[in-house]
Each structure stands twice: as structure tokens, then as C-alpha cells.
Design a protein around this ligand. Structure first.
Ligand SMILES: [Zn+2]
Length: 449
């Protein structure tokens, strides 16, 4: 088979950044070697000073396909992902119709994805109020884990679970030995706060922030950790925003509970103090909190209390953001950011003394591990899929609509100047994004465990 050699002076390997050459045979990295060890017959591509990073993995994406393709879809989400340096997406089980809560729904998703993906993908299964009997069959059919909500998820077709409903599902989940991802906010504190805000001005960001207090996250996480202890469940907290919940997580880790935590670029980049009123582009749940909270999330990343960073790419048609009214009560909560999250994270990480090995751990290796594909995805190493990003660390970009590539190209990042540009993305040895274009037919496929 033809051997290709991809060289850079900055290759991000699990042991650090160094000059190296990836020897790629077919779809797989055969070896990572020094320049002088490259066999003479290899076809060589030299990226010079541009960095080679492992392909990013996003374990938290709402593709909404099948059923809500007017919001997003496999073609547009995976195109945006390729442009952003991602090579594997894991789709959330809600917002698509039907929700991924049965094997039949998973099969429909496989049909919908066929031949339309620019990057590889997987789908989480859903745990809802009444599908306890579907959990083990979904695991056997190939989902890497499950997702549930402790609060209304924004669409009626995917039900939240109460603690008794969750308890009814947990023995099945624990038997699969797959992780349970949870949207950790309890409705009680949010309902009480919202009632008190009946007469408030919902065009003010402060009103929205007050309506989703940190207490909702803290109480949910406390309840989940006690279930984790009881059922020895592999628990994963999605999009942690409240830094006041971190002490509970630290204690749980010290106790040895199998818990992991993610946060998102928008919680690490924006701060409530500078979000303009009426700017519903910034609405997401849980909400973006204070600057001080943001710095505490960075500290938690530094010490490893937060394991990794995913986008929670959650797109919708622009009308649903109610941009003309600027009403935070009625606007859809969700931020879409697949195409720009790498430069967002790189810009912020540089300010705080982090480097590309940290980025690779947070945005590639960590999410790959959660999704159970850490043996083939998430690293530049021999035997791994030849998934990598060519990243120009020195250049800057301004976020424009043309850079977004998902179906509805709006974003709270528009107009921002960021550091680092994705020059190319390779999926299993083939370029799927290069110099602003998407060469060839879609070759992404479902990752089979
Ligand atoms: Zn989400």
C-alpha cells in the first residue's frame, strides 16, 4: 500500500510537541518518526511551521438529523466540524425525530447519515421516562453511552427524568458499563427563581442569569454523585457552568467515584458582565456566568477537576433566537460553534499559559475516551486513525459568517478576532477540509466499537 509521510516542525504527540513525521498507510498512522527515518519511497507532505494536532473529537453535538434538518443535519454539521478541525462527532439523542431512545430510532439515524458525513460520527442513546427496556438493546446495537436530562430539555419529544425514573433506569445502565451523561440542573431552584422574576425585564441578560441559579447545578450534581456511589455508575456531567459545584466534584474524585466532567468554550470565553442586553445569541443552558466563575473553570481545567472541553453545538433557525425582540425568556437556548471552537480555545489557553498539548488532551483525547474510541481516535500515535488537523498558530482570523459552515451561520463569536487558523483537516488519511474548501465526496462513517 502506498506510504505517505506528513511532516511538521510541531507535531502534538501524547509526549509533547516536537518535529516529527507521521507515516500513513491507507487510513492508519503506521508510525511517528524523525525526518531521517522516512523511507525513500514515501510520498512526502511538509507542513513546515504549521502544527499537526490530533483530529478533534466532540462528544457533545446536536445534529438534529433525522427529523429537524431545518435546524442542522449531518451534511452541514459535519462540514462545519471538518472546517473546525474535528474528525469525530458524537450526536446527542434529542432534537432529532425520532429521539435516539430505541434501536429502531438508531437504525433510522444510520440511514439518515449514510453518505452525507464529512467526518466520522457516533450517537449517544437517550434515557427518558419510559425506555428502561431499551437501554441494554441500544448498548448492544452500538451506542457508546447514554444521555438524560433532569430538567425539561427544550423539546417535548424527549422527556426529562425525575430521580425515581432515573433509579428505574440505573440498574440497566450500570449493567452496560457505559457512561451516563447528565444535563445537571434541577427544576426546583429554576422554577422558584423564574416565579420571582415574573415582572422582570427579560431583555436583560441579568434576568436570564438570575433565572438559572448555580444552586440548580449544585443540587443536581450532589444528587447524581450519591446515585453514582450507590450504583457504581460511570457518571459524566455535561457542560458544567457553576464553579460552586466544583468542590462536590473534587470530593467525589478524592473518594474514587467514577465521575468525569466537561465544560464548553462559551463558558471559558464569555462572561455575563460583558454580554449585551437583548443578545440572545449568548443564551444557553446552564447560562454563561461571571468573569470570576469563568476563571474558576479554567483553574478546574488546570488541576484536572474538569476533564475536557466540548462545544455543545446546538444550532437552530435564526427566528428561534428572537433576535429582533431580544427576549431571553422565549429565545432558543443554544450556541453553535463547531467551526471556531479551536481558535477560541487556543486564544484563551495562550492567555493563561497553556499549550497545544493541553488543547489536544481537552479537545481530542478526553472526549474520545468518554465515547469509548480512545484506542483509535484522539491521539497521534502508531496504530491510530490518521485523523489530524493542520493548524497555523501564528495567524489571526476574524469570525465571519463565511467561516461558520453550519446551516444557520450566526454565532455570538461573530466579529471576534481569534488566534490560530485551521488550514486543513485529514480524516483517516484523506483531506476533508483544505484551504477553505471541502474536497471530494463525504467519506465520514459511523465509528463501530
Ligand atoms: Zn447539549
Amino acid at each position: 500500500m502506498n506510504l505517505r509521510a506528513f511532516h511538521s516542525r510541531h507535531v502534538v504527540t501524547p509526549d509533547g510537541v516536537r518535529p516529527a513525521t507521521l507515516l500513513v498507510e491507507g487510513e492508519v498512522i503506521r508510525d511517528v518518526v524523525d525526518a531521517e527515518q522516512v523511507p525513500p519511497q514515501a510520498e512526502t507532505h511538509d507542513f513546515g511551521d504549521a502544527t499537526i494536532l490530533p483530529g478533534l473529537v466532540d462528544s457533545h453535538v446536536h445534529i438534529n438529523d433525522p427529523g429537524r434538518t431545518e435546524w442542522e443535519g449531518f451534511e452541514t454539521a459535519t462540514r462545519a466540524a471538518a472546517a473546525g478541525g474535528y474528525t469525530l462527532l458524537v450526536d446527542m439523542p434529542l432534537n432529532c425525530v425520532p429521539s435516539t431512545t430505541t434501536v429502531k430510532a438508531l437504525e433510522l439515524k444510520r440511514v439518515a447519515a449514510e453518505g452525507r458525513c464529512r467526518v466520522d460520527w457516533l450517537a449517544w442513546g437517550g434515557v427518558v421516562a419510559d425506555n428502561q427496556g431499551d437501554i441494554e438493546s441500544l448498548a448492544a446495537a452500538g451506542v457508546p453511552g447514554f444521555k438524560c436530562f433532569l430538567i425539561h430539555p427544550g423539546v417535548d419529544s424527549f422527556t426529562m427524568v425525575t430521580e425515581p425514573q432515573l433509579r428505574a433506569a440505573l440498574p440497566s445502565v450500570a449493567r452496560t458499563d457505559l457512561p451516563l451523561l447528565v444535563h445537571a440542573e434541577l427544576p426546583g431552584p429554576i422554577d422558584r427563581a423564574t416565579k420571582d422574576l415574573a415582572d422582570a425585564d427579560w431583555r436583560c441578560y441579568r434576568t436570564y442569569l438570575q433565572s438559572r441559579p448555580e444552586e440548580a447545578e449544585v443540587l443536581a450534581i450532589r444528587m447524581l454523585l450519591s446515585l453514582c456511589r450507590e450504583y457504581r455508575l460511570r457518571l459524566h456531567i455535561v457542560h458544567l457552568s457553576a464553579s460552586s459545584a466544583l468542590s462536590e466534584v473534587r470530593a467525589a474524585r478524592a473518594e474514587g467515584l467514577p465521575v468525569s466532567v466537561e465544560t464548553c468554550p462559551h463558558y471559558l470565553h464569555f462572561a455575563a458582565e460583558t454580554i449585551p442586553n437583548r443578545s440572545t445569541l449568548h443564551k444557553c443552558a446552564p447560562p454563561i456566568r461571571s468573569q470570576d466563575n469563568c476563571e474558576q473553570l479554567w483553574q478546574a481545567l488546570r488541576e484536572g477537576t474538569i476533564d475536557f472541553v466540548v462545544t455543545d453545538h446546538s444550532p437552530c433557525p435564526s427566528e428561534m433566537k428572537r433576535l429582533s425582540e431580544g427576549n431571553f425568556r422565549t429565545a432558543w437556548g443554544g450556541i453553535a460553534s463547531l467551526s471556531v471552537s479551536l481558535p477560541v480555545m487556543y486564544t484563551e489557553a495562550c492567555h493563561r499559559g497553556f499549550g497545544l498539548t493541553d488543547i489536544a488532551r481537552w479537545m481530542s483525547e478526553g472526549p474520545a475516551k468518554l465515547a469509548g474510541c480512545e484506542k483509535r481516535k484522539g491521539r497521534i500515535a502508531a496504530g491510530y486513525d490518521a485523523d489530524f488537523v493542520v493548524f497555523d498558530m501564528e495567524s489571526e482570523l476574524v469570525v465571519t459568517k463565511e467561516r461558520l459552515h453550519y446551516r444557520h451561520p450566526f454565532s455570538p463569536y461573530l466579529g471576534e478576532k481569534l488566534r490560530g487558523v485551521v488550514m486543513a483537516t485529514y480524516l483517516r488519511g484523506t483531506p476533508v477540509f483544505s484551504e477553505g474548501k471541502f474536497p471530494g465526496k463525504p467519506i465520514g462513517r459511523e465509528y463501530r466499537r
